[in-house]
Design a binder for this molecule. Structure first.
Ligand code: C2O
Ligand code: CU
Length: 703
């Protein structure tokens, strides 16, 4: 609903801008009509235009009103405080000032026989209170349009003061201009002559040139200010303390604090991320070597992909381990010039093992190696990928599945199947490297676990399981409590998210359909043969009411040490010197996005609001967030822990986590296209420093 209403509002504002601009021109030309008949006809026409613009204003106001009834204020407060007065006040002027004057003009000219227009009529046809309201409306629509493209988020009067003052000054100037002109028109005893079109065109160009000259310095300074610095320490930034304790002295933190907080008596001592490692000694239970190299790989259909691989395969090898094991992974970069790392997506490893170039390590360049060591403490479905130029790296294949099996052995005959979906550029969607329907023989009665992992930007991948009842046993690697039985349900995953689906194989065929149609998926039947069952109508899976409640270490009623707000939106502006429309966090792109500062042990609540027009899978490294509520509705089903939370336009989530894993942790949109365009920020533990840097002069480019 939100997305549609917002688009309609945008269309209505644009329409209003066009209509009011035309009406303003017509109103201003009224005085040039030399004969009484023409003045009468034109006055009547302008009355119609008053109706047209009013209809457009009504559309704008209705959209905002609809949002106000249905949504929380954060979605419409700026629209109510700015859009409505900016178009509403001028349109009232049109109705209470222009329209009565036009009607009188129409009536009076109707009584008279045709003839030349006299001075009195001319001054009446050009009076400011008749003409200017139409033009003020055009200015109001223009200012509103600006606020649609550059929403004041978070809503602060400072953000709106300049455009609103500009609007007020221009309104005043226009009004004065028309008053003077009307006086002149009344005094002269011949009809005013409209200047020839080249003169008018020249004048318009002149106005445009002056306006651009005034705007240019602002534009250029904004462009320069957006350039990423040559070297940037991720430990510094625009600190937001979430209303919690502000470290005294500040240590290394930059105190451009956004939120108010209480100054602390003591400041924590510092620790470098390089000290926050997994166990450095001890014989590993599992050892892997992953070699990053370029390779042309064939999909099951025969299509070829020019890939960046781990160990020459796409996706990289599945890493399977047991709960509690010490894992050692050696990364070798053979020939990826841009550098590589490995990030263990969803696994809350110690900070130094997190694999983020520029925050927890340097990018591993060709010929270099790097070793990760961590304990596999969480059971579930995860994945790994390079976190250096990650948009490109993941797109091209530097990723794989990571599965942690529980300590106690799983059922002997369990069919444990990883379904890692990806879109290979130029070759299309595939499950792993298989881009056709795969057929499997599964005996009736066999327990099956499908581990769905979506690794794609842009698409909400849909998974429909047909032919059996099933459960969603886990979300983002964490088991759900008493998951209920599902049927005719569509599971949707944005990039980075995971669902584990379990069922017992029936004696008929089962089909996991990936995406729309029957082009991609897994077909299982007791003898491997049979027809693909057709898809029934489905409803989307709603995790917040699924399963049964169970005790959690904290909940919505807990007392939080810090409360942060993350407003996702889009905005026209600059990122690294390039002008475009960007997806923003609290109105900014990196490095101007906030840095949430916490102290070890804090209980932290974050409210994530998506005011934008597209979905954002928000991924916090190093922690799992307990989802407290979704769009104001408390989670009433199983505890729902997430590391990659899909926040759709118009949605609000409240999530909470315990700050129990010190470090510098990325927090970003996992639509890596968005992340690479600045939709990224980080969670910063007080007292943690990093020797690594990002920026144009370094080889570290985590996104
Ligand atoms: Cu899967 Cu910061 O990433
Ligand atoms: Cu995004």
């Amino acid at each position: 609903m939100y997305g549609i209403v917002v688009s309609i509002e945008l269309a209505a504002v644009l329409l209003l801008l066009i209509l009011s601009w035309i009406a303003g021109g017509k109103a201003s030309k009224l005085v040039f009509h030399g004969s009484i008949d023409r003045l009468r006809i034109r006055s009547r026409k302008l009355l119609w235009w008053a109706a047209y613009v009013s209809a457009a204003v009504c559309a704008v106001v209705s959209c905002v009103a609809l949002l106000a009834v249905r949504m929380e204020p954060i979605f419409w407060i700026d629209r109510a405080a700015l859009h409505i007065p900016l178009v509403g006040v001028p349109v009232l002027f049109v109705w209470f000032s222009s329209v009565p004057k036009l009607m009188n003009l129409y009536k009076d000219t109707k009584k008279e026989a045709d003839g030349p227009v006299n001075g009195t009529l001319r001054s009446r046809a050009s009076q400011a209170s008749l003409v200017a309201p139409f033009q003020l409306l055009a200015l109001g629509a223009l200012t509103t349009f600006y606020f649609v493209l550059v929403p004041p988020v978070p809503f602060e009067w400072l953000n709106v003061a300049i455009p609103v003052s500009l609007f007020a000054i221009l309104c005043f100037a226009l009004w004065t201009l028309h008053r003077r002109r009307s006086e002149r028109a009344g005094r002269s005893d011949t009809a005013l002559k409209l200047r020839s079109w080249p003169v008018r065109a020249l004048r318009n160009v002149g106005v445009l040139v002056i306006a651009s000259a005034v705007a240019a310095p602002f534009f250029i300074s904004a462009m320069n200010a957006s350039r990423l610095p040559e070297e940037l320490d991720m430990g510094t930034g625009v600190a937001d303390y979430g209303g919690g304790v502000i470290p005294a002295g500040g240590g290394h933190l930059d105190h451009t604090a956004h939120a108010a907080g209480k100054p602390a008596a003591t400041s924590a001592s510092t620790v470098s991320v390089t000290q926050l490692t997994g166990p450095r000694t001890g014989k590993p239970d599992r050892q892997y070597t992953l070699t990053a190299e370029k390779k042309t790989v064939r999909l099951s259909s025969g299509k070829e992909v020019d890939a960046w691989t781990y160990n020459g395969q796409i996706p990289g090898p599945e890493l399977r381990m047991k709960e509690g094991e010490l894992v050692e992974v050696t990364l070798i970069n053979k020939d990826i010039e841009d550098g590589v790392t490995i990030h263990w997506h969803g696994l809350d490893v110690p900070n130094a093992e997190d694999g983020v170039a520029g925050a927890t390590q340097n990018a591993v360049m060709p010929g270099e190696t790097y070793t990760y060591r961590f304990l596999a403490e969480q059971v579930g479905t995860f994945w790994y990928h390079s976190h250096q130029h990650s948009k490109e790296a993941v797109q091209k294949g530097l990723f794989g599945a990571l599965i942690v099996e529980p300590r106690q052995p799983q059922a002997k005959d369990l069919k444990d199947i990883t379904v890692l979906t990806h879109m290979w550029r130029g070759a299309g969607f595939a499950i792993g490297s298989s881009d056709t329907v795969e057929r499997m023989t599964v005996a009736a009665g066999t327990p099956v676990r499908l581990r769905l992992i979506n690794t794609d930007d842009w698409v909400r991948q849909t998974y429909t399981l047909i032919g059996t009842e099933y459960q969603v046993a886990a979300i983002d690697g964490t088991d759900l409590n008493k998951p209920g039985t599902l049927r005719y349900t569509r599971l949707g995953l944005l990039t980075g998210g995971r669902y584990d689906v379990t069922f017992t194989m029936p004696d008929g065929p089962v089909f996991l359909s990936v995406g729309e149609g029957k082009k991609l998926g897994l077909f299982m039947s007791p003898d491997g043969s049979g027809d693909l069952p057709s898809s029934p109508p489905t409803v989307p899976f709603e995790p917040q009411h699924y399963g049964s409640p169970a005790p959690t270490p904290f909940d919505a009623d807990s007392r939080f040490d810090r409360e942060f707000t993350m407003i996702l939106d889009n905005k026209l502006g600059f990122y690294n010197g390039v002008f475009s429309s960007y997806d923003t966090i609290n109105g900014a792109v990196f490095p101007n996005t906030p840095m949430f500062v916490v102290r070890e042990g804090d209980l932290v609540k974050t409210t994530i609001v998506n005011r934008g027009s597209v979905d954002h899978p928000m991924h916090l490294h190093g922690h799992h967030m307990l989802v407290l509520s979704r769009s104001g509705e408390r989670v009433s089903g199983s505890p729902w822990w997430s590391d990659t939370l899909d926040v759709a336009p118009g949605e609000t989530y409240e999530v909470a986590f315990r700050a129990d894993n010190p470090g510098i942790w990325m927090d970003h949109c996992h639509n890596l296209q968005h992340a690479a365009a600045g939709m990224t920020m980080h969670l910063m533990y007080e007292g943690v420093t990093t020797p690594f840097t990002v920026g144009s002069a370094t080889s570290n480019h985590p996104e």
